[in-house]
Design a protein around this ligand. Structure first.
Ligand SMILES: Cc1cc2nc3c(=O)[nH]c(=O)nc-3n(C[C@H](O)[C@H](O)[C@H](O)COP(=O)(O)OP(=O)(O)OC[C@H]3O[C@@H](n4cnc5c(N)ncnc54)[C@H](O)[C@@H]3O)c2cc1C
Length: 265
């Protein structure tokens, strides 16, 4: 049984810059990490594998060549093999073009997958859209914000404890399915020296746009409905008045007077 884990390499959050000419993210010289929620998704896959030894865990990412380092991290953390989906034609992809490309790549590289695990969101784009879009494109059941996952004895269904506004829910889905992972109780693991060594001999395959059979107009910026025009930090708010050490009634009068003055009331 094969579990695909979609992972994204993201810039160290403080380093997000957009190239004003191309409208795409500046990646050169920017330190990158494995998206934390993708690491939780991988952790769930490795836990399922520890309960069912025959499982095969495949980490998949769409990204530039340097995204290989995020895949190596996944191989160190327990993935059995990895697939890099890389091509200049994918640059500037929005969530729809990303999901479409990932769907084609998964069908190409792991046609007999039983489960796709995703992070609930990427800490740079922060849209949490790719998981649900991928499930729609592949016409698969999906469960989001999973914090615990267990396979049924016949491995045909997956039971997921998920975060919800009111606490938690337990849902079950027929497989193949798409599940997005949240942090829950997970502690991020540190690979052992053996894990690091064994990762170096694990298979890492690269596939390009030509392997996917998609029309070029569906890829990257061309295939995107949205484009990131600019990314900038919000203006820092300064000033404001602090009311400290006043009797509550006096403080209330001052606030009411301020609200009247500002015509809020
Ligand atoms: C600041 C910023 C704002 C953006 N806003 C938008 C927007 O409003 N609309 C839009 O369409 N695009 C937007 N983008 C572009 C968007 O980041 C990319 O399309 C990206 O590839 C996927 O979206 P995401 O980062 O929000 O991922 P999310 O949907 O938050 O990621 C969820 C999960 O999907 C999987 N995943 C995501 N990307 C990949 C990948 N490349 N390879 C493998 N798995 C992946 C991972 O498991 C990840 O945890 C934005 C980008 C930036 C930097």
């Amino acid at each position: 049984m094969k579990i695909v884990v979609c992972i994204k390499q993201v810039p160290e959050i403080t380093d997000v810059k957009v190239n004003p000419e191309t409208g795409t993210l500046v990646r050169e010289g920017v330190s990158s990490i494995l998206n934390p929620f993708c690491e939780y998704a991988l952790d769930h896959a490795v836990r399922l594998k520890s309960a069912h030894q025959e499982l095969d865990v495949i980490a998949v990412t769409m990204g530039p060549p340097q995204a290989k380092s995020a895949l190596f991290r996944c191989l160190e953390l327990g993935a059995d093999r990895a697939v890099l989906v890389s091509d200049r034609k994918f640059a500037g992809a929005d969530t729809w073009a990303t999901a479409l490309t990932l769907a084609a790549a998964i069908k190409k590289a792991v046609p007999d997958f039983s489960l796709i695990l995703m992070g609930k969101q990427a800490i740079d784009g922060d849209t949490a859209q790719v998981g649900p879009e991928l499930a729609e494109i592949l016409n698969l059941p999906q469960i989001t914000y999973g914090v615990e996952m267990h396979l049924s004895a016949n491995k045909k269904r997956i039971r997921v404890k998920r975060e919800s506004e009111n606490g938690y829910e337990i849902l079950e889905a027929r497989m193949p399915a798409v599940i997005s992972a949240s942090k829950g109780e997970l502690i991020r693991r540190v690979p052992s020296f053996e894990d690091v060594l064994s990762a170096r001999v694990k298979d890492l395959r690269v596939i390009s746009a030509a392997d996917l059979g998609l029309d070029e107009t569906e890829l990257g910026l061309q295939g995107s409905f949205t484009q990131v025009v600019n990314v900038f930090p919000p203006a820092q708010k300064i000033g404001g008045t602090k009311l400290e050490g006043l009797e509550p009634e006096i403080a209330a009068r001052k606030i009411a007077a301020f609200l009247r003055e500002e015509k809020f009331i």
